[in-house]
Design a protein around this ligand. Structure first.
Ligand code: MG
Length: 283
C-alpha cells in the first residue's frame, strides 16, 4: 500500500516538476528582487514637454505585439496584401473612364501579386498620412530590357512621392533613378539591391507634407531601408515625382492612398503592411 502510494506520489511529483520546468522555460528568468519607484512627481520639467523627468503620470505607450518573424505584421498594422487577394486595392480609370474606380487587374499567384502592364497603378483603398510601410518586392526573374526599362515599378507614397523600384543588378542607370532612390531627387546612400527574382524588403517611415491653404508649411520627410540597410535618413522630399524636371508641391489632402507603379514590367510584390504613426503620448 505504502509502496503504491509512494509510486503514485512520485509520478505526480514528476508531472508537477515537468509542468514547472515547462512553465519556467516560458517565463523570463528572475533572480533578485530589486525594485524602483514607478515614477516621480518631484523631478524637473522636460524642456518643451508637459512632463517631468520620469513622470509618474505620463501615459504608458500602447502595447504592440511584434510579428513572429522579422517582417511579419505587428498587431497594430493594417495588412494591405497578405498574398491572397487584392481586396484592399483598386485602379483609377483613365481616358474616357477618368474618375471611375476600377477593380484590380494585377495578377495574384503563389502568395504574390504581379504588375500587369497597362492595367495602371495599383491604388490602396485606405488613405494614409504619417505612416510606416513594409513592402516586399522582386524584379522579374528573367532579365529583359535595360536601364529604366528593367524591372521598373515604384512605391508611390500618397500617390505622388516615389521610392523607386528597379532591377539594379548589373544594370547601369542614373543614380537618382536606382532602386530605393527618391526618384529624380536623391540616390540611395548605398546600393544593397539583390539579384532579379530575389525578394527585397523596403521599410519606409514617411511624414506627410503639411499645407496651410496653398502654402507648403512642412515638406514630406522620408526614411528608407532596403534589405535592412539605410538609404535615406529623414530626407526632405523636394516635390512630387517628376521625370526630367524638378518636382514641385501642390496642396493635397492630409491623407492619400499608397500606390504601386505600373511601369509595364512584371515586378512582384508581397507582404505589404502599414502602421499609422502618431506623436509621443498620442492615442
Ligand atoms: Mg518607377
Amino acid at each position: 500500500m505504502h509502496a503504491r502510494w509512494s509510486k503514485r506520489w512520485s509520478a505526480g511529483a514528476f508531472a508537477a516538476l515537468v509542468a514547472l520546468a515547462v512553465l519556467g522555460a516560458q517565463q523570463p528568468e528572475r533572480k533578485r528582487e530589486r525594485t524602483s519607484p514607478p515614477g516621480y512627481d518631484d523631478t524637473p520639467m522636460l524642456p518643451g514637454q508637459p512632463w517631468r523627468v520620469h513622470d509618474i503620470k505620463r501615459p504608458q505607450p500602447p502595447l504592440v505585439r511584434p510579428g513572429e518573424r522579422l517582417g511579419d505584421p505587428p498587431s497594430d498594422a493594417i495588412v494591405l496584401f497578405d498574398g491572397k487577394d487584392l481586396s484592399h486595392w483598386h485602379h483609377r480609370g483613365r481616358g474616357p473612364e477618368r474618375g471611375k474606380i476600377l477593380p484590380p487587374r494585377w495578377k495574384v499567384q503563389d502568395g504574390y501579386m504581379e504588375v500587369v502592364g497597362g492595367a495602371g497603378d495599383l491604388v490602396s483603398n485606405e488613405k494614409f498620412g504619417d505612416a510606416q510601410f513594409h513592402i516586399e518586392w522582386a524584379a522579374p526573374p528573367v532579365i529583359e530590357g535595360s536601364g529604366q526599362w528593367r524591372g521598373n515599378s515604384g512605391v508611390l507614397l500618397m500617390e505622388r512621392y516615389e521610392i523607386q523600384v528597379l532591377d539594379n543588378w548589373e544594370n547601369p542607370t542614373y543614380a537618382d533613378g536606382m532602386a530605393g532612390a527618391i526618384y529624380g531627387q536623391f540616390p540611395p546612400l548605398v546600393n544593397p539591391a539583390r539579384r532579379p527574382g530575389e525578394w527585397q524588403v523596403f521599410d519606409i517611415v514617411f511624414e506627410a507634407p503639411r499645407f496651410e491653404g496653398e502654402r507648403l508649411v512642412k515638406p514630406a520627410y522620408v526614411t528608407v531601408f532596403l534589405n535592412g540597410v539605410l538609404l535615406h535618413h529623414r530626407q526632405a522630399i523636394i516635390g512630387r515625382m517628376a521625370h526630367r524636371r524638378v518636382g514641385t508641391y501642390a496642396p493635397h489632402e492630409p491623407e492619400a492612398p499608397l500606390a504601386l507603379q505600373d511601369h509595364d514590367t512584371a515586378v512582384r510584390y508581397r507582404n505589404i503592411w502599414v502602421r499609422r504613426l502618431k506623436g509621443y503620448d498620442e492615442r
